[in-house]
Design a protein around this ligand. Structure first.
Ligand code: SAH
Length: 388
């Protein structure tokens, strides 16, 4: 047995798993190198998208040999990618032989936003989200999270600090990022690092269903923007839509948001509100929501500390919900705007490739090809979304 262990190849360390501090420490403590060499390596990895140590021309031969012996730079495997007619691009990324997740790029005037997943599946069971239907499978590693940004950045020909195509990242794909705290925080730090993707703090957004203690923890270690999936202005309705509300009801959640906003004086918190027909889209809901937002502004002592993002519900197979009528969404927005609550309606993008919010549903690998082929056939016959 000892022999078998001794002869086994030691596992290579995937350098995409380490943030700047981790990489510096690895260079100093494991490789016996100067810490600044780590920065050189990061630039090759994140600015040039190079994964092969032999191409790193300004890294000495001896160090390259050491790196080859101990490490690898292994981004997720692109199983398939597809562009939408509106410029949205979606990748299906294989994380291990049986799990795949999706990442979506959404270009808009002057910016490009990548929607990134933090878990395979999700355990929170929000009633209107398609990811919930697949249950929770596992957390993604730091490499698997930053690897989504790396893949998109490479595909887009993104140049950090120069020709930025990828300007924003939102942790709004599959999963609850605050339930995969350490890996998500490390990945977000690489997104913001000058030697990483160099994004401004406010351009990296973490979206949560409302894990109160983790929101506090996040405020201690990170300066990213916070988005909170609210979806209802009262506990009865919210508990029905977001079961996590039973554990952390609205009052506690709003208090945590106030604490977050007080710690980050210049940022505002975005409250996401998915609009579902006849469920949460009535004028009385808008008025109750405005009250919540006002209360937060008062407590933070700043106008617009709370913003609202209305998301027209994106349907998926098997859901009992429907998208609100356009007129109801406008009325809802107007009530909020009239009460001086900054409120945007998110345009639905990437509909035709199932890349819209709540439609990201990574596939179990062995089903992937069969499903997409089946779906293509159905679409050709004019039937859509039947194979999800
Ligand atoms: N778990 C995190 C991040 C993933 S959800 C969170 O809850 O915030 C990202 C956003 O998409 C959330 O606001 C979520 O509520 C919204 N969403 C989920 N399903 C949706 C659907 N079917 N249509 C529109 N938005 C949806």
């Amino acid at each position: 047995m000892t022999e078998a262990v001794a002869s086994r190849q030691p596992e290579l360390i995937n350098l995409l798993d380490l943030d700047r501090e981790g990489l510096e420490r690895f260079f100093a403590e494991t490789l016996g190198e100067k810490r600044f060499r780590a920065h050189q390596l990061m630039k090759w990895m994140y600015h040039q998208h190079v994964t092969d140590f032999s191409q790193m021309t300004d890294v000495g031969k001896a160090l390259r040999a050491k790196l080859e012996q101990h490490c690898e730079i292994r981004p997720p495997q692109v199983l398939f990618d597809k562009g939408s007619t509106d410029g949205t691009h979606k990748w299906l990324l294989g994380m291990d032989p049986s799990n795949a997740i999706e990442a979506v790029f959404i270009p808009d005037k002057g910016r490009g936003t990548l929607c990134v997943s933090s878990q395979v599946g999700c355990g929170l069971n929000c009633q209107f989200c398609s990811t919930a239907t697949q249950g929770f499978n596992r957390n993604l590693s730091t490499a698997e999270i930053i690897g989504q940004v790396w893949t998109a950045s490479k595909h887009l020909g993104n140049k950090t600090h120069h020709q930025r195509k990828l300007t924003n990242v939102v942790m709004m794909g599959m999963g609850e990022p605050l339930l995969n705290f350490d890996n998500v925080v490390r990945a977000m730090s690489l997104m913001r690092d000058d030697n990483g993707f160099g994004l401004a703090n406010k351009r990296v957004t973490l979206s949560t269903a409302g894990l109160v203690p983790m929101i506090d923890k996040l405020s201690e270690v990170s300066d990213v923007s916070l988005a909170v999936s609210l979806h209802a202005p009262n506990d009865e309705l919210r508990t029905e839509l977001v079961p996590l509300n039973k554990k952390y009801p609205i009052a506690e959640l709003m208090d945590a948001c106030v604490r977050y906003a007080l710690r980050k004086p210049r940022t505002s918190i975005t409250f996401e509100y998915t609009m579902m027909k006849g469920v949460n889209d009535k004028p009385e809901h808008a008025r109750a929501l405005a009250k919540l937002m006002h209360k937060m502004d008062q407590q933070v002592q700043r106008q617009d500390s709370a913003k609202v993002n209305l998301i027209p519900f994106n349907p998926f197979t098997g859901t009992r919900f429907e998208r609100s009528e356009e007129a109801d969404i406008r009325t809802f927005q107007k009530i909020l705007l009239d009460q001086k609550v900054l409120t945007m309606v998110r345009r639905t993008r990437g509909d035709d490739i199932d890349a819209a919010c709540g439609q990201l549903k990574g596939q179990v690998l062995d089903r992937t090809r069969r499903q997409s082929e089946f779906k293509r056939k159905l679409e050709a016959q004019g039937v859509s979304d039947a194979a999800a």
